[in-house]
Write a new protein. Structure first.
Length: 709
């Protein structure tokens, strides 16, 4: 019994302890859930305030730029630029540059009604000028419709967003469009946000973000105690509250992210407090532990800040560019060793003195003067990469790149001037220019040598052509001369036979005609007689030429497929020249088909027809089904004295004469691929009475021999 009493006494204690434990756990869970819900509600309200503040800041910032297109549209210099034969583009460029510098936009430009850029604020930056037409851009079309244009565009990789605002420019009419461009990265810099912020376009593309990564992984939504449904996202191991609003006029979605870790921490603290409420010693120990941890964290932060400041000083002192810290009055506060080395001065000499004295000659640059004059005011704009001439302590000048920016996180600390000595780069540029000049001189010398070599090749080509001509002429003339000697010998024997003598003399006359034809071709090739351009009926010329070849066609059993042109088609030139062109081409086709076996290529056929006719010219094809022209011979086909016929069959002047005549009349001839045989395509100029005026005369250079003939 005595052993059972303690057990019976401890049993209720255990039950109470268990009940108490369950009660404390239940209260802790309920308190934790309530605390988390309350904290999430506060975070939701805080996020809504941040969202409203962000939207207000964005609209306020954007409203600062709304007036710019209308301001430009009212400028009288812009109106003069949009007039015909305007000459004030440079003035408008400077006006836009000054307005852009004061307003803080990325770029300002003026477009014509065709979308072509006429003036640009960033005209100094050649690569930044929009050379292409903006006619198809939405903001340009909105302005042409008389509305205020607004369009968000993405460019680059990764994509960067830019906002374009436009307004129509009216003089006595709609004369052009004024456009303002604002990069969203610049808009981001003007927003005073220190919390995660994401702005997306209607297409889902990222406009800009702040203090966060994007995109984030979506998580399970949460419902608060008042029934509000909130969206959660995950960033690595952190859970964030996502609150968004869509701007109807811009089509943007603005989202703020709030870390819900404080709500979870509050729930845990409340639950822990309830759990430890009955144990004072535990609370005391927990308090002491928390105090000790806070003290240790504070000491660690102090040591971390000291290390960070030391690292920053080391970075400034070891930087390979000159860094000068100036206050809002432009007085030097700190100079790093590189800046002292560049300017050749000591820190004690320049500290608390005006930066103008340190820069020397470089202060004369107008952008630098404007930047220094705006120090400590809202008119200040960062100055980046300005190339000026500096002055060292010994009075020597040197080129340098200079930038001025305000301290980002602590504007009250002043400004940081970055100086880079570019003397070595300038020397390299000078050496490169000298090398280019030397290379250009060598190229000119080599060009002259090539021209001399080309002249020698041309002369050699002329001599070769003269040799081919001589061989052909000698061969062509030798045959009739030999025949004439034979006929003369026969004529001596036929002096007493008048009829035989008459036939003999007739044959000699034919030989003389053949020799006259050979020399006539040479004369036709060498000279061009002056002729007037007159309207010529192509149908009539074709009828006359085809009539001449009727006997030859019957001899070859040739099938002619000819579509006569319309009666009203008139070409510019004269009948005789066009007849000579067509006679040469049809004769060549007949000669080519006469040498081809009919059994292997089918019946001889000749196609002649107009394939295209415009008010300026017409295209005429002459095609046969002969053996065709070899690829190796096409390049020399229209050269004088070049022929594919056997020796004694021609001088090789027919196609050269055809090409020369057509070129004189403003036409051309070329060979095209049409399957079997050969196809020549002639482009003939059409005669236009309204454009003819006084009929011109085609003059050509003549020699003394032609005048005498």
């Amino acid at each position: 019994m005595p052993l059972e009493t303690p057990s019976r006494q401890r049993y209720p204690v255990r039950v109470v302890a268990l009940f108490y434990t369950l009660l404390v756990v239940g209260l802790a869970w309920f308190a934790g859930a309530w605390a988390r819900d309350w904290a999430m509600t506060r975070l939701h309200e805080q996020g809504a305030d941040r969202l409203l503040s962000s939207v207000s800041q964005m609209r306020t910032t954007l409203n600062q730029y709304n007036y710019l297109p209308f301001l430009i549209a009212q400028n009288t210099d812009v109106h003069r630029l949009l007039q015909p034969q305007a000459t004030n583009q440079a003035m408008v460029n400077r006006v836009l540059e000054q307005v852009n510098l004061v307003a803080g936009s990325t770029a300002l430009f003026v477009l014509g009604t065709d979308g072509r850029p006429l003036a640009f604020s960033n005209w100094r930056e050649e690569h930044a000028f929009p050379l292409q037409s903006q006619h198809d851009e939405h903001y340009f079309q909105q302005a042409l419709a008389g509305e205020q244009g607004l369009e968000l565009q993405f460019h680059g990789e990764p994509a960067e967003a830019s906002l374009f605002m436009s307004a129509p420019v009216y003089t006595s009419r709609l004369a052009g469009v004024a456009v303002m461009r604002l990069d969203m990265s610049q808009l981001r810099e003007q927003l005073a946000v220190e919390y995660p912020l994401v702005v997306r376009a209607a297409s889902g593309q990222l406009v800009f973000k702040a203090e966060t990564d994007w995109p984030l992984e979506p998580a399970q939504p949460m419902r608060l105690g008042d029934g509000t449904r909130v969206q959660q996202v995950r960033r690595q191991q952190e859970m964030l509250l996502l609150q968004s609003v869509e701007l109807d006029d811009l089509g943007w979605t603005v989202s703020v992210l709030t870390d819900i870790q404080p709500a979870r921490s509050r729930a845990r603290v409340v639950a822990g407090s309830v759990l430890g409420g009955g144990v004072a010693l535990g609370l005391l120990l927990l308090y002491l532990r928390e105090s000790r941890q806070k003290h240790r964290l504070k000491l660690e932060r102090m040591r971390e800040r000291a290390r960070s400041e030391e690292q920053q000083r080391d970075i400034i002192n070891t930087a390979q560019v000159g860094l000068v810290h100036i206050d809002q009055r432009g007085r030097v506060q700190l100079v790093n060793p590189m800046a002292m080395q560049i300017f050749g001065v000591s820190a004690e000499r320049v500290r608390h003195r005006s930066v103008m004295e340190l820069l020397g000659e470089g202060f004369s640059a107008q952008p630098l003067q404007q930047a220094l004059a705006a120090l400590g005011t809202d008119r200040f704009r960062p100055l980046t990469g300005l190339e000026v001439v500096g002055q060292r302590g010994d009075g020597s000048a040197f080129p340098m790149l200079l930038s001025i920016r305000q301290m980002t996180h602590h504007p009250e600390l002043g400004y940081l001037v970055t100086v880079l000595d570019i003397s070595r780069r300038k020397r390299l540029e000078q050496a490169l220019r000298e090398a280019n000049e030397s290379l250009e001189q060598k190229v000119a010398e080599r060009t002259r040598a090539l021209q001399e070599a080309q002249a020698e090749l041309v002369q050699a080509g002329k001599l070769a052509a003269l040799g081919r001509m001589s061989a052909s002429v000698v061969h062509e003339l030798n045959q009739p001369m030999t025949a004439m000697r034979t006929y003369l010998a026969i004529a001596e024997r036929l002096l007493e036979q008048p009829e035989g003598l008459r036939k003999n003399l007739k044959l000699q006359e034919q030989l003389l005609d053949r020799m006259a034809l050979i020399t006539g071709q040479l004369k036709t090739f060498a000279y061009r007689k002056p002729e007037r351009i007159e309207p010529v009926s192509l149908q009539q010329v074709m009828a006359q030429v085809l009539q001449m070849f009727r006997g030859r066609f019957e001899e070859l059993s040739l099938h002619l497929q000819y579509t006569p042109p319309a009666d009203d088609i008139l070409i510019a030139g004269d009948n005789a020249r066009y007849e000579q062109v067509l006679i040469n081409l049809i004769k060549n086709a007949c000669d080519a088909m006469a040498g081809a076996a009919e059994s292997t290529r089918g019946a001889h056929r000749l196609w002649i027809g107009v394939v295209e006719c415009t008010p300026e010219h017409l295209l005429l094809d002459i095609r046969d089904n002969g053996p065709g022209i070899a690829e190796t011979a096409r390049e020399q086909l229209f050269e004088p004295f070049f022929t594919t016929k056997e020796v004694g069959q021609g001088l090789g002047l027919g196609l050269a004469i055809v090409s020369s005549i057509l070129r004189d009349l403003g036409g051309e001839i070329r060979i095209i691929d049409q399957g079997e045989g050969a196809c020549f395509r002639l482009r003939l100029p059409c005669y236009r009475a309204d454009a003819a005026g006084p009929q011109p005369t085609i003059e050509s250079q003549t020699t003394g021999e032609e005048s005498q003939s």
